[in-house]
Design a protein around this ligand. Sequence first.
Ligand code: ATP
Ligand code: MG
Length: 569
Amino acid sequence: MRASELFVRTLREAPAEAEAPSHKLLVRAGYIRKIMAGVYALLPLGIRTLQRVQRIVEEEMNAAGAQEVRLPAVLPSEPWKQSGRWAAYGDEMFRLKDRSGRDLSLGPTHEEFFAEIVKGEFSSYRDLPVNLYQVQWKYRDELRPRGGVIRAREFLMKDAYTFDRDVDGLRVAYQNMVEAYKKVFTRCGLTFRMVEADPGLIGGDVNHEFMAPADVGEDLFVFCPNCDYAANVEAASTRRPEESPQDDPEALQLVHTPNRAGIQDVVELLGRPADEMLKCMLYDVGGTPTAVLVPGDREINESKLARVLAPAPVRMFTDNDFAAYGLPKGYVGPQSLPEEVTIVADHSVRARSNWVSGAGQPDYHATGVNAARDFTVDRWEDVSRVREGDPCPRCGSPLQVSRAIEVGHCFQLGTRYSVAMKATFVDEDGTEQPYVMGSYGIGVSRIIAAVAEQWNDDAGLKWPKVLAPFDAVVIPTNMDHQAVVDAAERLYGSLRKRGVDVVIDDRDASAGVKFADADLIGYPLQVVIGKRGIESGNVDLKARATGERTQAPLDAAPEAAIGILESVP
Ligand code: ATP
Ligand code: MG
């Protein structure tokens, strides 16, 4: 490919809205162009890299025994209505009507339709297991599209679905896909971690996310540096603390704390640390008022809380709720609650005594508040947000926290969709059984951004060679020097002959512009031919990922280039 013909114009400035380094670089280097919020065009460089990711995904899916199919992006509403997701999906689903007024959607995911497809073809336990996948554009009207292709409203996903006879079969299928996922992300050059994910409100749903650490990621996960425990913070737990000996309970006392409703305000006024304060948050749990207790320096994890209290819906108290129960917002403590309020305490509340909490009347707090003596905990639960340094639930080592981009998600669905869709098979004993399903997603277009986040520097992108749009660029530095141009053309020709996917930067531009563009676009190898090199009979080679520079004699340049390409990541 000739740079003079390549459909790309690099930009000096990134768009003002771009914050993520990958977003800035993919736009500046001419891989993607915005059409509207969360919707991007892929230019030649972008489509090449996307196709390379896609090929890796397809190869590993095929090797794992998954069969490729293609379901439509335009979908009828009836199966969604049957599963309940026509309503449950809410505004994230793009909906439209056809000319006869029939409800349609653009597929945000495809569980219902795979269940329908399999049900239509197979009907016996002898047909199972089945593993199908597609690489398909997905449509989600995301509340906050972000980071270019990281969170887009149209994005390329690989989604796979397994159908088994029983849960044991599902477990085998799941493990098989997990192994395939690890191969995909490793081959893409990603640093990643497989983490336990939020098991959802129904509970017990085994699912794992694949997280690529990146500062711009929207997910947080904890991991243990000592054992293999890793979990999304939404799902993470910590070791339960020892119960503190309550040998010296202080007397309950009121302190005047006018206009000090927040924990931090009281900490400042009383000069006591936040972990001596008892945070008492009120929720409406399916109509029952419920107080949730955590130490003042901790946060409640609302995903865990919702799971603990499921199936009742959990809603934080509004001002009206406080008024209805006659409770002073900001000054509530567990010892001052009416009988009807259920008290749920996080395990961390066991670790100390003599708490400071709201006194149950405006402008007052209480000190020397003790569980058992002053209030009764109805349920001890794990409802606090795990943070850096908390002990690992498995081995006790201090946990670490990392920000990450979710690149994949594996889910043991069970029979949720097959029951709803009446997708059944006839088992060996003649009974009708719902398929036991798994679903598995990879954000194919998101991977481009995740890799770009992990592989860049100030000058631009530094693709691992498996994902780079081209392997190498040949840069003649002086286009008005015929010997330079001739040597560059010869080298370009011989690299192409040897199967190197190479670009020659034959533009009438300065050497500085060509170097800057080569770094920005991220060709894994740059081969530079200049006037001085022609005189001395040498070319300069630079490996983009490592920055390593070498020289080679002009006539041995193709071999040197191929040697470097073999050795770079
Ligand atoms: P997220 O929590 O990031 O919204 P999700 O849980 O909604 O992700 P899944 O429904 O499990 O995602 O989709 C499978 C994969 O598709 C995700 O792991 C992610 O890599 C990718 N993905 C999801 N939403 C988007 C999006 N808006 N843009 C790009 N990729 C996405
Ligand atoms: Mg989502």
